[in-house]
Design a protein around this ligand. Sequence first.
Ligand code: APR
Ligand code: ZN
Length: 366
Amino acid sequence: MLPRPGVPSAVEELTLDPPAAGEIRVRMLASGVCHSDLHVRDGEWQRPGPVVMGHEGAGVVEALGPGVDAATTGLEPGRLVALAWVVPCGACRSCRAGRSWECPDSPSFRHGRDAAGRTRARRADGTDVLAYLSIGTMADAQVVPAAAAIPMPAGTPPAVAALIGCCVATGVGAVTKTAAVPAGASVAVIGLGGVGLSAVMGARLVDAGRIVAVDRVAAKLDLAAELGATDLVLAGPDPVVTADAIRTATDGGPDFAVEAIGRPATVELALEVLPVGGTAVLVGMTPQGERAGFDVYRFVDGGRRIVGSNYGSAVAAVDFPRYAALHLEGRLPVERLIDRRIGLDDVEGAFDRLRRGEGLRSIVTF
Ligand code: APR
Ligand code: ZN
């Protein structure tokens, strides 16, 4: 539980109300530790507190609130579900246009408060505790909107289902859905965390020509190669050298440059390496308020493009089971992103490793 952004999280015993209408209780099995949790932990994004963090989780259905029909939703008790961190409002301009992943009015952004402002979790003294993105997956159990719980195919490992809920949907979808990279195109992926490595897997899925993996940590490059990267670039302190190496691997620049870190310098690198007609796909999220710059004349003259990709343009109910099926067919080796299973009491340690760019995904198990 995070008392507020910018301070350490701690394990705390909370009470949890039963699910209300349209909600279910989930017994959590796995929760990934994503860099977006770290942005909040470090106070780089303004979010309310106190809040149960975690937005990359999976568990089993434990209880249904009034009006949730197991037969029509597939949410029978015991069923494995992956949790989505955007439940579309269904009414805004984006939802009406069929782009629910960009819904700005999602009830998920109330972080666990219902329409009347009540939370389901609270401290012993009775104060409200929020659930990050209304799923707060770093908890043994959580009450979530039924629409956030996506039934997964039998045999999906819970940790894989958890990662499908954020980094896999975000990275695979950025390449295959948002950018719709065609077969044979060249792709550079800058930053090889859970999101960037998922983008490498997505580039492999669509049969990209060259797949250039870029990171400042050598061990990340080795794994990227195993996941399908054809060229590896170790980013040193000089971005000019890095840009040259990316251009050399891609006959003058990648058709698509995916930024999966969220730093102005690497956003500028993604824009800088584009050839004429190339597209930068911005996936990494910076601290709020950061800006990046580029050479406007050159950008426009060369017909280049910038695309922001949020949640990999995911429609959770359709895409999560599809990604799980691809995993079960051996075409999306999501388990390779996991290098450590931890208890809730080591979340701060996992944040530390993320800050240093060290290791892969830590998975909290319960
Ligand atoms: N140059 C190259 N690689 C870098 C640099 C840099 N200057 N800085 C960081 N990296 C690498 C790290 O070594 C790490 O492998 O970027 C990777 C970032 O991975 P994670 O911290 O695991 O982040 P992830 O969870 O994948 O999220 C990436 O996407 O959704 C957003 O908020 C999220 O901004 C975050 C981004
Ligand atoms: Zn995430």
